[in-house]
Ligand binder design. Structure first.
Ligand code: SAM
Length: 320
């Protein structure tokens, strides 16, 4: 599982033959055949078997209308795929800690040091407590492939993958959504918002196209810790989960969310390219929908949030 983010994938290599073929079938074939849900579930299983062998199976449920499953328009993946204009990871810049067998919260661990560089004076230790998120609005620096600690190190959580059962379910007014299939305790890791790393410029262009269909999966990488000490900082990259992604691409927006998004670094030394980890912010019970705020932690201006969602093409951003 240490290899979770240690792969260099190019978006131009994304497999798409199956998706292309299915999209050429005439609508009456698509409507008549009861095969899409089976293909969708098989795609999830086969594309995650290696990286998440113990993750509970995801079911596709629709009790709203007769659409069998979400459109088969994307490649199911937990990885990040880089567009040609985005550099893949430079492992020569990655540093591992020398701790063995596990990292301790009061040690001289270099991963802990990296973590604490973003803390204020009231905070200490790793950003996990017994496998759960400790400080909500702070980035996470997990131990990586070069570290000496073992798999049980307290600073390895996201890299072990999804542990809780969720389903993809059709909603009445928001398209498809993600629902808890069991109780998921607060501050639990749910999944990576995987997809393509693209530049902000590419994101702007794609956003205009997605806006026409009133459906977007673009997420601006816009976190407070990237701006620290840099007055002229600008958004450099976005994650686009339209062509590649996993179940997290179905997470809908809510002004009263039960999930939040945290930037996490494992094998990626470039601060501008975190993985986007979804954690629950409160207990989520079976059948409840998992949602996060597309505009960062809710600030009480919920009406403004809704109008922004409807007017501005749904570009998700998460700056404080
Ligand atoms: C990241 S996708 C979420 C999955 C989407 N529901 C689907 O069926 O693929 C974001 C899109 O979902 C829809 N959406 C998300 N939250 C919504 C909300 N609270 N109200 C209405 N539509 C919403 C919008 O079309 C938005 O562009």
């Amino acid at each position: 599982m240490r290899e979770y983010a240690n792969v260099r994938l190019r978006a131009r290599d994304l497999p798409h033959r199956m998706q292309d073929y299915l999209n050429t079938l005439p609508p009456f074939v698509n409507r008549a055949q009861d095969y899409k849900r089976t293909i969708f579930k098989a795609m999830i299983r086969s594309n995650t078997a290696e990286i998440e062998p113990c993750a509970p199976e995801i079911d596709i449920i629709n009790s709203v209308d007769d659409e069998q499953c979400p459109p088969l328009e994307f490649y199911y993946t937990n990885y990040m795929w880089h567009s040609d204009s985005v550099p893949t990871l430079d492992a020569s810049k990655l540093k591992g800690c020398g701790c063995y067998p596990v990292c301790l919260p009061d040690s001289k661990c270099s991963c802990l040091k990296r973590q604490q560089d973003f803390y204020d004076e009231t905070m200490s230790g790793f950003n996990y407590s017994q496998g759960r998120l400790k400080y909500e609005e702070y980035p996470i620096f997990e131990c990586n492939a070069l570290c000496g600690c073992d798999e049980d190190c307290r600073n390895r959580v996201v890299q072990h993958g999804r542990k809780h059962a969720i389903n993809i379910e059709k909603t009445k007014e928001k398209g498809w959504g993600v629902f808890a299939a069991e109780h998921i305790p607060a501050k639990t890791f749910v999944g990576i918002y995987s997809g393509e790393f693209i530049t902000d410029v590419e994101g702007e262009t794609r956003g205009k196209i997605y806006h026409l269909g009133s459906r977007t999966y673009l997420f601006d990488i816009d976190f407070w810790h990237l701006k620290k000490g840099k007055e002229d900082w600008e958004v450099k990259y976005c994650v686009d989960a339209f062509h590649a992604g996993n179940f997290t691409r179905y997470l809908n927006h809510s002004c009263e969310p039960n999930c939040l998004l945290v930037p996490v670094y494992i094998n990626e030394p470039d601060l501008e390219k975190p993985m986007l980890a979804i954690f629950t912010s409160k207990d989520v019970y079976v059948h409840q929908e998992l949602c996060f705020s597309y505009f960062g932690p809710p600030d009480g201006e919920q009406e403004e949030d809704v109008s922004r969602l409807l007017e501005h093409g749904f570009v998700i951003s998460y700056s404080k």
